[in-house]
Design a protein around this ligand. Structure first.
Ligand code: MN
Length: 153
């Protein structure tokens, strides 16, 4: 993303959940990647606001990274439906639902319903790096039956 030059004030959609002047960033994925079939577009990155608004989109079988961090997220489901893991709770989520992700809370989104799922995510510009669960932490999460089902086990 070009941070030298401010974006145009008006950036029309191209349709299909893409926008003019917004880079489409599919996440690189290898066998050990903790996410699947997900892309990111940073819609707003404004130092004067101190926050960014990103649009993440998963394919029908995709999921976001299972992670936690100090910073918080404000999320709106923008397209489709799926499931959200928050701490040890699994909830169905659908278009226009709002989800607050508190500090240091494990979270992951999974598309369901056989269609792509997208969400808007507001986040601080200055933020800590996400951490992934250790094997012991993942095992503790899996001990909750609803979470094991969410992981597809
Ligand atoms: Mn996160």
């Amino acid at each position: 993303m070009d941070t030298e030059q401010p974006p145009s004030l008006f950036r029309p959609t191209d349709g299909g959940y893409r926008w003019q002047g917004v880079a489409y960033q599919p996440y690189k994925q290898d066998g050990s990647a903790p996410f699947k079939d997900i892309s990111r577009q940073t819609l707003f990155h404004d130092p004067s606001l101190g926050c960014e608004l990103r649009y993440f989109e998963m394919d029908a079988a995709g999921y976001s990274t299972l992670e936690r961090h100090e910073h918080t997220h404000a999320v709106m489901i923008f397209r489709g439906e799926g499931q959200c893991l928050l701490g040890t709770e699994v909830r169905p989520v659908r278009t226009h639902d709002l989800i607050t992700i508190p500090a240091w809370t494990w979270h992951q989104f999974r598309a369901s319903g056989g269609a792509p799922m997208g969400f808007l995510c507001m986040v601080n510009t200055a933020r800590d790096r996400p951490v992934l669960p250790t094997e012991a932490e993942a095992a503790a999460m899996r001990a909750v039956p609803a979470v094991a089902r969410f992981f597809g086990e």
